[in-house]
Design a protein around this ligand. Structure first.
Ligand code: MD3
Ligand code: FE
Length: 223
């Protein structure tokens, strides 16, 4: 009868993610829960309010003619837009005709540090899509494929009310998994997960101390 070698603390840790603050979601994708702490979230929101004064949130229309329930805006060199003509990145805000406001350095720094944690050492976002969900707002299952840099991740920062997020694989038929994204959570979507189908279920009612009855999601991209 063989005697098992003793289980060491190192053995126990090998079966866990590299670090308890990184939760793998899929190939190349991971959540950094609470990467932005409550005290810093207020500063993120202050930076964001400056952006939204220059480029107010608006409900875009899909190429199919549906008004999106999520209100959107952008900062960065490029901004994502949708209208009856299609989806595209534009240097200017179609509402004002002016360039989108720059990405506030505080926010770009958070996205870059999060990407660094997952091994992307040269992530420099040139676009940041700002999504605002009020109760009932949702995002149907889709892929993000309007960018050229599919080797670069998308980094998302959630602020305010929690949301149920669904994601599958690069094939629409892949089975869906769900996770709740909370205020301060950052998700890095790279590698094989970059083209994963994903969406957000209708936001539930609630009140967040910093955002009130809404959730904001910032997704940092390299076009
Ligand atoms: C997974 N926004 O704006 S961010 C979007 O919470 C979008 O507002 C969601 O999907 C939101 O396009 C999710 C997280 C996210 C962003 C890009 C991804 C997840 C992704 C690209 C590939 C796979
Ligand atoms: Fe998306």
């Amino acid at each position: 009868m063989g005697v098992e070698p003793p289980v060491t603390t190192a053995d126990l840790f090998r079966s866990l993610p590299d670090s308890p603050d990184i939760l793998p979601l899929g190939p190349g994708a991971a959540v950094l829960p609470g990467f932005v702490r409550a005290a810093d979230i207020a500063e993120c929101l202050a930076a964001l309010s400056g952006v939204l004064r220059q480029a107010p949130l608006r409900h875009m229309v899909t190429p199919g003619g549906h008004r999106m329930t999520v209100a959107m805006s952008n900062c960065g060199t490029w901004g994502w837009t949708s209208d009856l003509q299609g989806y595209r990145y534009s240097r200017t805000d179609p509402v004002s005709g002016s360039p989108w406001p720059p990405i506030p350095p505080l926010l770009a720094g958070i996205a870059e540090r999060a990407a660094n944690r997952l091994g992307y050492d040269s992530f420099r976002p040139d676009a940041c899509l700002i999504n605002r969900y009020r109760p009932g707002a949702k995002l149907s299952l889709h892929q993000d494929r309007d960018e050229h840099s599919l080797d670069q991740p998308i980094v998302s920062l959630s602020l305010g009310l929690p949301a149920r997020f669904r994601f599958g694989g690069a094939d629409r038929r892949a089975r869906l998994r769900q996770t709740v994204l909370e205020s301060g959570d950052v998700v890095v979507w790279g590698g094989a997960s970059r083209l994963a189908y994903h969406g957000v279920l209708p936001l539930e009612d609630g009140l967040h101390p910093l955002t009130g009855a809404c959730r904001l999601n910032l997704s940092f991209r390299r076009t």
